[in-house]
Write a protein that binds this ligand. Structure first.
Ligand code: ATP
Length: 213
């Protein structure tokens, strides 16, 4: 079975903490193929923490996070790709080397040039990643998501640092991903426009419990 299709996220009675602080308590929700969940709320409330838990990089105190397809559990690393708020800027490689590494790892069938062009980074392949601007780093993260061919995209502040064209690129890419039956969990202080889909919105509050609207 091709696990890239019909993946859904099921969260049941989830409690999460960092250190001795409970950030999320008793959260239940479901995100279906073609849907997006927009996580928002003040600084430090737990948006990134919830993304990390969805990516199986952090264990719940209680409750369950499951990625499923046709009622079968799918390992997180086969279900999703994660564009963290920080990350590739620490690389010591040049942009072309960095992206090419990920393309090989992720079995991307697009050429390096086409992938760079798809995010507006053509002619930049010789630039050291450490020398990219904040917006260019965001574009690199987007290229990695696109290369991943995973059904679920976890995006932490995907619009930060992007110019008007970059924001339009995120909207277009995300809309196409959802239209193909993918899903997205987006942590962002601002709404991320998506064509043809209204994202479910979850406003995190201190030790939230309940369900997404
Ligand atoms: N490794 C850690 N150890 C202990 N506490 C942590 C750790 N990482 C984060 N925290 C704390 O967990 C809380 C939630 O952090 P998180 O990064 O999830 O918030 P956020 O909602 O994504 O914030 P922002 O909007 O600023 O990005 C914060 O109070 C933070 O200080």
């Amino acid at each position: 079975m091709d696990v890239r299709h019909n993946i859904r996220l099921l969260i049941d009675q989830l409690s999460l903490s960092r250190g001795d602080r409970t950030l999320i308590h008793g959260l239940s929700l479901c995100v279906e193929p073609g849907q997006a969940l927009w996580l928002t709320g003040p600084n430090g409330i737990g948006k990134t923490t919830l993304l990390l838990a969805c990516a199986a990089l952090l264990s719940p105190d209680e409750g369950d996070i499951r990625w499923t397809s046709e009622d079968r559990n799918i390992p997180a690393n086969q279900a999703l790709a994660y564009a963290a708020h920080r990350g590739p800027e620490r690389s010591e490689l040049r942009l072309g080397e960095e992206l090419s590494f990920w393309q090989t790892l992720l079995n991307d069938d697009m050429s390096l040039n086409d992938r760079l062009t798809s995010v507006g980074l053509q002619d930049r392949d010789d630039t050291p990643v450490a020398g990219l601007s904040a917006g260019q780093i965001r574009r690199l993260s987007l290229a990695r998501l696109m290369a991943s061919n995973r059904a679920a995209w976890l995006m932490d502040e995907p619009l930060s640092g992007l110019d008007v064209d970059g924001r339009a690129l995120v909207t277009e890419t995300l809309s196409q991903h959802l239209a193909r039956g993918g899903l997205a969990i987006i942590a962002s202080h601002q709404p991320v426009p998506i064509i043809g889909v209204t994202a479910k919105k979850l406003v995190l509050e201190p030790a939230i419990s309940g369900a997404a609207s």
